[in-house]
Design a protein around this ligand. Structure first.
Ligand code: IPT
Length: 957
């Protein structure tokens, strides 16, 4: 059969051996990106290969953009599965239904092209391509996110060249590419024609190490073709293969010092960007240039909501800059080598990289790993081909310090063969693979989603395990599953990374939600394209929303991993002190400018620079704050100290905030409501101070001019993805259990409306049908004539085996009450185990802006530690003081509507009501959508509770 290569385990034929990739040189290059002719067929052999012949009439064909995926350009549809193969598992065979895209590109050579050789390079094609130039077949290849080059000089013509590429969605390679992502066929990375003049570069390997004892770098460039290496700034001009040692500044992710050099060959000059650094495992920890490093990392899939895995240069730069601005210092390129330009950005801006091979066979878990290609010698050449294409392509990037064999591929001889190949070729970097608990092939112990207590045990060396593993450093290649609202518990992990040298940090899963732009749904996820098998919104689990807006999870992570900790220090008489701890691995603090400010009632009344000594990495300094300014009493006051970039950097401007800390100097005075006013019964209503109540039900009707609806206890939240949990997690999955218990449909039994001399007390029992658990809930209302105080007491009855989602009251205000101002934690969302980034201040916004647009709607938008809040309409307002502080949430739909929505487009704002939730307590978030649940300290158990709010109507004046 002409298409037998499709399900042949071999990686391909006809392409050249892999070599170093570089972005530019003085040799000519012609981009073949752009609009290509395109024809889709349903099977691999529906059409013969006559289309590849020059002169074939393609006038009736469609067009697609290259780089791109045809399924995102109106031909077929994307499919999302996590680990399931969307075809029968019968390796290496693939289905007859195998969408196949024939692509044609016509091109002329530029006038100055010159003679001699040329290469045709494909940077990424999913999943299998067969290539012809001017009717001559060049070969075929697999390995979607890896480069393939063909020698084509002898086939080129000055004009009218015809490049034909047949791309099959499914191939034997698909068995090796079972990553948790959309299946997106197409020529999705660049296609380039490279002129290869006589004497041009072949492969070359830049070895640039750093000796931290002597502050010297040693450079040697091994090159297939002999030439010279120059680095003018260092006075280096040596032959290839010759070693030279000179004083240098080292490359680190914090100080990405690159030296420009040139590889000078008889026929080509290749620019080099050299970073001197040495990575090693020493004393059981990963060290770079002699220092232990701590990964503050993310897993990055390549994703754009419109173009899938075809990323433009601006998007890649935006990713790297956003990482740097959020204090991230490391990327695991999950789960394949990225577009090569991204690694240039990592070199330039400073990010440690775990470069991961394009390998995952996770779907074999369904058959107990039987037939797993990584344990079947027939596949080993394909595995080694993948390892070699990654290492050869990326070996000259200083940012790459670790090679990863792949992800979730079980265990087997093929992985060992890859590791052995890599070690022989590049002994100067470390090897990672998570799926190898015995650490037979790896230089570090790596885990995904271990719970905190286990991370603590590992850090203490109490985890036992095989001998080979015990002395190794430990990283979390994935943790903090950022699906929907969450993750919670990051600060608790960070403490464990800082406490134990062996714990060298981790990589959040993951960087960005893979929601695809969609007219029907806003952003689409698995199942939205009618897939036969799919894994729903598990594809939306990033710190960025699909449009690259940072989610609250990223804001939290930035705060948790900040490289400078600012906290209360020793006071000196009346003057407060701050302790400033340098958590960088290399840098002192001289690149930062510190400033203090003092807020009274949320307004900054004084500020100034704060002199902080340079303070070496790992050290701390105590700094005294000035005398506190004279300020208004009773409104609350706070010191804020911020660490800002002192100069522009390539990723952040002067003044960019790197870290901050606060010391609360005085809490606002609690509002007193001396409770003199007497309730009065009138026509159908009870009045008390500014409020009126239904005489029969005791329900609150008005506060001053504000009509209030449905004020009552609320314990329900629209379960988050982390509440819902993943089936494989051992912790109980609260989302489904809450629903089974009926917390979304509790009833409120009225037991009494008591009107006494100074209070209206409404006694109720709140409980779901079918169960004997309940919450005895009393609402006690008092007033001083101006303000209205509510004290809620809750006493659980029966055996509550589950935590409560939340505990508070909710009430409805007229839709015009859309303005929000509060004194408390902000500006963004926070939950009990994800509240590090909430800073105390006076915040203004509106109800619409308080919503966090999780791609699958769920509980969101709470503001933490709110001392008081005002909901305002253009004419009037309602102030709410909490005693104690509360969680504030406001939205234009009910919790039931939020819960029922599957996409953001399902949420329709009410024209009548703003629903306000005033919560005494919230249950934590955890990370159970793929990790551990909520830690005990953030669990909201049903216990007796009492909490108060004071409501004050505000007139519009
Ligand atoms: C882990 C995968 O490595 C990653 O690709 C992604 O699927 C993540 O989980 C969940 O979003 S595998 C998991 C079963 C531990």
């Amino acid at each position: 059969m002409s298409h037998s290569y499709v399900d042949d385990v071999r990686p391909g034929s006809g392409s050249l051996p892999p070599r170093a990739r570089y972005a530019t040189s003085d040799a000519a290059a012609l981009s073949l990106n752009g609009s290509w002719r395109f024809r889709l067929s349903a099977t691999a052999d529906a059409e013969d290969d006559s289309f590849a012949a020059p002169g074939h009439d393609s006038s009736g064909w469609d067009e697609v953009r290259v780089p791109g995926h045809w399924v995102l350009q109106g031909h077929g549809a994307p499919v999302y599965t996590n680990h399931l193969y969307p075809f029968p598992v019968d390796p290496p065979r693939v289905p007859t239904e195998n969408p196949t895209g024939d692509h044609l590109r016509y091109f002329d050579l530029p006038g100055d092209w010159g003679g001699g050789d040329a290469l045709l390079r494909f940077d990424g094609v999913e999943s299998c391509a067969r290539v012809w130039l001017n009717g001559r077949e060049l070969g075929e290849f697999k390995g979607s996110r890896l480069p393939h080059e063909f020698a084509v000089g002898h086939l080129l013509r000055a004009e009218g060249n015809v490049l034909a590429v047949r791309v099959h969605q499914w191939s034997s390679g698909s068995y090796l590419e079972d990553q948790d992502q959309w299946w997106l066929p197409g020529i999705f990375r660049d296609v380039t024609l490279l002129h290869r003049p006589a004497g041009c570069a072949g492969d070359f390997f830049v070895h640039a190490s750093y000796d931290h004892h002597r502050a010297e770098g040693t450079l040697r460039v091994d090159s297939e073709r002999a030439g010279r290496v120059t680095v003018p700034e260092l006075g280096i001009d040596v032959a290839t293969g010759e070693q030279v040692t000179v004083p240098v500044r080292p490359w680190t992710a914090e100080t990405p010092r690159l030296y420009d050099g040139t590889l000078v060959l008889p026929g080509e000059r290749v620019p080099l960007r050299i970073g001197f650094r040495t990575v090693a495992v020493e004393d059981g920890v990963i060290k770079v240039n002699g220092e232990r490093i701590l990964f503050r990392g993310v897993n990055r899939h390549e994703f754009h909501p419109d173009t899938g895995r075809a990323l433009d240069a601006g998007t890649m730069r935006r990713d790297a800059e956003l990482m740097k601005r959020h204090n991230i210092n490391a990327v695991r390129t999950s789960h394949y080598p990225p577009h090569p330009d991204f690694l240039d950005l990592c070199d330039e801006l400073g990010l440690w990289v775990i470069d991961e091979c394009d390998l995952e066979t996770h779907g074999f878990v369904e058959q107990d790993w039987h037939d797993n290609p990584v344990d079947d010698d027939r596949w080993t050449p394909a595995l080694i081909d993948r390892a070699a294409r990654m290492v050869e392509r990326d070996k000259n990037h200083p940012s790459v310090i670790i090679w990863s064999l792949g992800n979730e591929a079980g265990t087997g001889r093929g992985l060992t063969a890859m590791a052995e190949w890599i070690r022989a070729r590049d002994p100067e970097r470390l090897i990672h693979y998570e799926g190898d608990p015995g650490c037979r092939d790896t230089d570090m112990y790596s885990r995904m989603y271990p719970p905190h207590d286990e991370v603590d045990r590992i850090g203490r060396g109490l985890d036992g395990g095989p001998a080979a593993r015990r002395g190794l450093p430990f990283i979390l290649c994935e943790y903090g599953h950022a699906m929907g609202n969450g993750p919670g518990g990051l600060a608790d992990y960070q403490r464990l990374f800082e406490a134990h040298p062996r714990n060298q940090g981790g990589f959040i899963w993951e960087w960005i939600d893979h929601g695809l732009t969609d007219a029907r749904f806003g952003f689409a996820y698995g199942g939205d394209f009618g897939e036969e098998l799919h894994d729903g919104n598990f594809v939306c689990d990033g710190l960025l929303f699909p449009d690259r807006t940072p989610s609250p999870g990223l804001i939290e992570y930035k705060k948790v991993i900040e490289p400078v900790r600012i906290e209360a220090g020793a006071a000196d008489g009346a003057a407060a002190g701050v302790r400033i701890t340098n958590l960088y691995d290399f840098s002192d603090l001289s690149h930062l400018a510190f400033e203090w400010s003092f807020q009274s009632g949320g307004e900054t009344v004084a500020h100034g620079p704060l002199t902080v000594p340079p303070t070496a990495a790992g050290a701390w300094a105590e700094v005294r704050l000035p005398e506190p300014p004279v300020s208004e009493k009773g409104v609350g006051s706070v010191w804020t100290v911020r660490a800002l970039l002192a100069e522009d950097t390539p990723w952040g401007r002067l003044g960019h905030e790197v870290a901050w800390g606060q010391l609360e100097a005085a809490r606002p005075a609690p509002v007193q409501v001396p409770g003199h006013d007497r309730p009065a019964r009138g026509q159908g209503l009870i009045t008390l101070g500014p409020a009126s109540f239904d005489v029969r039900t005791g329900e609150l009707r008005t506060i001053g001019p504000v009509a209030v609806a449905g004020a009552r206890l609320n314990v329900w939240r629209a379960p988050t993805d982390n509440d819902n949990g993943a089936p494989w997690q051992p912790d109980p999955r609260n989302g489904p259990l809450w629903r089974a218990l009926g917390l979304h449909r509790v009833r409120h039994r009225l037991d009494a409306v008591e009107v006494t001399d100074d209070a209206v007390t409404v006694r109720t029992r709140v409980a779901p049908a079918g169960r004997d658990v309940g919450l005895l809930t009393d609402y006690r209302w008092t007033s001083d004539g101006v303000r209205l105080r509510l004290t809620v007491s809750v006493v659980p009855q029966g055996r509550w085996r589950l935590p409560l989602p939340r505990l508070g009251i909710r009430l409805g205000l007229p839709a015009s009450y859309g303005g929000v101002r509060w004194y408390g934690g902000g500006p963004g969302e926070a939950y009990p185990d994800s509240r590090s980034a909430a800073r105390l201040g006076l915040w203004h916004t509106d109800v619409d802006a308080m919503q966090t647009p999780y791609v699958r709607p769920q509980e969101n938008g709470a503001r933490a530690d709110v001392r008081w809040a005002e909901l305002t309409s253009p004419q009037a307002g309602l102030r709410i003081d909490g005693d104690p502080a509360f969680w504030l949430t406001a939205r234009r739909w009910t919790t039931g509507q939020l819960d029922a929505a599957e996409h953001l487009t399902d949420l329709v704002p009410s024209a009548e009501t703003v629903w306000v939730e005033l919560d005494h307590l919230q249950h934590g978030l955890g990370s159970q959508s793929c990790g551990p649940g909520v830690l005990p300290e953030y669990r909201l158990d049903a216990r007796p509770a009492e909490f108060s709010f004071v409501f004050t109507p505000l007139d519009g004046a």
